[in-house]
Design a protein around this ligand. Structure first.
Ligand code: SF4
Length: 220
């Protein structure tokens, strides 16, 4: 089957290939910033990262991962022990329930292993397409677009998608790229959104995309 050709961008929007090259040059070592050494660890870290920073998650995961090494370990855990470890990430009661629900699904339906297919991943509680795609990019060496708040904001400012729905943003942005480039786009765009194209006061004066970006100097 012939590979899909990226759609031509409309006029007045940033050229996708140019943006990706500039981002790649700016962040040549871009990676998922959640610390993890295996799929289960990254899946749990991604679940914990909701409504908090990667830095906070990275503070608690050394003890978490040392204590609970398998999905069955999480299922068997005393919730009070998990709540104590997860305290610093906030919403620790809810997140204790989340990691145990994720682990239970892995044990019951996937022999305790983290599946590699998106359809399987999104069938797990607390795991949506963004999380599934981030796992695939970060741990399985695949290429997929994970639309988090940074990617969504950057896509809007670059003129790639003004959709409010992240699923529609994913569809519109992914259509502009070869599928094999989506993982690199995900990793670099997340970093750029965190470090330069921030929600408030984006640093357009220091931005490598400024010459391409239709929002340069106007975004806030
Ligand atoms: S020029 Fe400004 S609005 Fe455009 S991507 Fe860069 S920081 Fe964001």
């Amino acid at each position: 089957m012939p590979s899909r050709q990226p759609a031509a961008p409309a006029t007045g929007v940033a050229a996708p290939a140019t943006v990706l090259q500039l981002l790649t040059d700016a962040y040549p070592d871009a990676r998922v910033e959640l610390d993890a050494t295996n799929p289960l660890e990254l899946l749990m870290a991604i679940v914990l990262s909701a409504q908090t920073t990667d830095e906070r998650v990275n503070q608690v995961t050394p003890e978490l991962f040392a204590t609970y090494r398998t999905a069955a370990d999480y299922v068997a855990a005393d919730p009070a022990d998990l709540e104590r470890i997860l305290g610093p990430v906030g919403f620790y009661r809810q997140k204790t329930k989340a990691v145990q629900a994720v682990a239970a699904a892995l044990v019951e339906r996937f022999d305790g292993e983290v599946p590699t297919a998106v359809d399987d991943l999104v069938s797990i509680p607390w795991v949506g397409r963004k999380s599934a795609h981030l796992l695939i990019v970060g741990m399985f060496g695949g290429s997929a677009l994970a639309v988090d708040t940074h990617v969504k904001r950057l896509a809007k400012r670059l003129g790639w998608s003004a959709q409010a729905d992240v699923g529609k943003v994913e569809t519109e942005v992914a259509a502009l790229f070869d599928e094999s480039d989506l993982g690199r786009l995900t990793l670099t765009a997340i970093l750029h959104g965190r470090r330069v194209c921030t929600a408030r006061k984006p640093a357009c004066g220091d931005c490598v995309l400024a010459a391409e970006c239709p929002s340069a100097g106007t975004a806030a």
